[in-house]
Design a binder for this molecule. Structure first.
Ligand SMILES: Nc1ncnc2c1ncn2[C@@H]1O[C@H](COP(=O)(O)OP(=O)(O)OP(=O)(O)O)[C@@H](O)[C@H]1O
Ligand SMILES: [Mg+2]
Length: 474
């Protein structure tokens, strides 16, 4: 059911409950008020009778048809009133009407002889409100009973109920209709926002919602939606750039591969030429496989997939293995690798991914180290318990990061133009992968050109609360 209808029904329901409540309360209060005023009248009449009896005023002349002992009726205000003077035996001494039937008897009469007694009774099918008070008649204890019909109270209460019953439903309907109109007015800007949002397509990256100048919830909603659209547009642009770059990167090795295969296919090629063409093709295929794996890892990291298999590890062992396997290549470049690490440090991480990150850093350092250069690899920790991090540092003594590249060096496919043109130039995904791995572990990575030259990359990974740590960061 639309929100507008729900609000209208809710308001109507609340109005119905309120009006019913008010009606019941009003009727109740009205009855109480009228009864109390009847009681006041009864008391005044009873007092007058008692005073009259006490002063032994002779009874006024009986109206025609009245009982001989009558005399009370001259003090009664209307035909709905009754009055009697009763002896304690129940004998009717005086009565306002013909009835010889006492208006009170038995225990009630005895009680009324001691203190005033209120009660209701039915006379000739009509409800009466009664008051019996002690009195003295001709020197003997007696009871004066006065009563008045409650017909007017009942009639008024019934009339009030009828008024509420007649006016209530239209009032409820009116409230519901008002709520329907109001809800419609309040929701109109939301509907406008929805329509505009529905019109925005994925090709319309710059489209935004118009923020009303009302400074209300609608304006906040529009601003929030615009912020979401901004983020989505940025993500989409990044995604498109990534796909375009990936396509571009894939095309180069594929083109070379195709050229090599075309060349090998030509007739009259020597065995050696064929072997070298196949070797070159295999190298290109390796490069393609590496690129595909890198892209896959980044895509999985983007999707937020749990691509880690973390366990408790000693990062020293990973660093030592990475340095060992890079040492042959380092030696061929006359580069020295130095490892200085805290062997007692443990952390929870995915060993394969951590090794991949370290390999990427070592590859970069080897690629940029001059012959005779030194690459320092270190492992330590910093920060206090709870926020402590393990720090893996790789530093070379080459030219350092190009300053204009440094702020964006962790972005995908970012590399210096010289790297692009070099035969051994990478694809520009190595550091992006290091960053994805760091983030997936809840850590971070920073790159800089430290004083003294060269390039330095620090990979910081959070340590478990109470690890065994022995030294500070390198
Ligand atoms: N140690 C370093 N010294 C100087 N420049 C570096 C160093 N490491 C990386 N760079 C620069 O940063 C760029 C990005 O590095 P990254 O590792 O992301 O990509 P790549 O090495 O070019 O390719 P890939 O790692 O994917 O094979 C490099 O192209 C290079 O220009
Ligand atoms: Mg690299």
């Amino acid at each position: 059911m639309p929100l507008r209808w729900r609000l209208a029904l809710l308001f109507a329901l609340v109005a119905a409950v309120l009006i019913s409540g008010v009606a019941v309360l009003f009727r109740h209060q009205l009855t109480i008020g009228m009864n109390s005023s009847l009681d006041d009248g009864l008391r005044a009449r009873a007092d007058a009778q008692v005073t009259r009896l006490a002063s032994a005023t002779p009874p006024p002349p009986s109206p025609p048809g009245a009982h001989e002992e009558q005399g009370a009726e001259s003090h009664d205000s209307g035909s709905d009133d009754v009055a009697q003077v009763l002896a304690l035996t129940g004998q009717v001494l005086q009565s306002s009407g013909d009835s010889r039937q006492p208006l009170a008897s038995g225990a009630r009469l005895q009680d009324a002889a001691r203190e005033p007694e209120k009660f209701t009774t039915v006379i000739e099918g009509q409800q009466y409100r009664m008051l019996a008070v002690p009195a003295r008649a001709a020197g003997r204890p007696a009871v004066v009973v006065v009563g008045t019909s409650t017909q007017i109270v009942e009639a008024t209460a019934a009339r009030t109920g009828k008024i509420f019953l007649t006016a209530g439903p239209p009032a409820v309907a009116l409230v519901g209709f008002g709520a329907y109109l109001l809800a419609g007015a309040a929701l109109r800007p939301v509907e406008r926002l929805r329509r505009r949002l529905a019109d925005i397509s994925e090709h319309d990256l710059d489209a935004r919602l118009r923020v009303p100048s009302t400074r209300d919830e609608i304006a906040t909603l529009a601003r929030t939606m615009n912020a979401v659209l901004d983020r989505l547009a940025r993500a989409l642009a990044r995604e498109r750039g990534f796909v375009a770059d990936a396509g571009h990167e894939l095309r180069t090795p594929l083109t070379t591969l195709k050229a090599e295969l075309e060349l090998a296919r030509q007739p009259g090629r020597s065995r050696e030429a064929l072997a070298s063409a196949v070797a070159a093709a295999a190298e290109d295929t390796d490069r393609l496989i590496r690129l595909a794996e890198d892209l896959l890892l980044l895509a999985r990291a983007d999707e937020g997939h749990a691509f880690l298999r973390p366990r408790r590890i000693a990062p020293h062992e990973i660093l030592a293995a990475a340095v060992r396997s890079a040492s042959t290549r380092a030696a061929s470049h006359q580069v020295t690798l130095r490892l200085d690490s805290d062997e007692g440090l443990h952390l929870v991480a995915d060993p394969d991914r951590l090794r991949q990150a370290v390999d990427n850093l070592l590859n970069n350092a080897l690629r940029h180290s001059p012959p005779g250069g030194v690459i320092d690899v270190g492992l330590g920790h910093r920060g206090r318990s709870g926020r402590a991090v393990a720090v893996i540092e790789v530093r070379d003594h080459g030219p350092g990061f190009p300053p204009d590249l440094l702020p964006a060096v962790f972005e995908r496919f970012r590399r210096a133009d010289t790297a692009r043109s070099r035969a051994d130039g990478g694809t520009g995904l190595g550091l992006a992968i290091v960053r994805s791995i760091a983030h997936a572990h809840g850590g971070r990575v920073v790159a800089d050109n430290p004083p003294g030259g060269g390039a330095r990359v620090r990979l910081e990974l959070p340590l478990p609360p109470a690890p065994s740590r022995r030294r500070d960061a390198p």
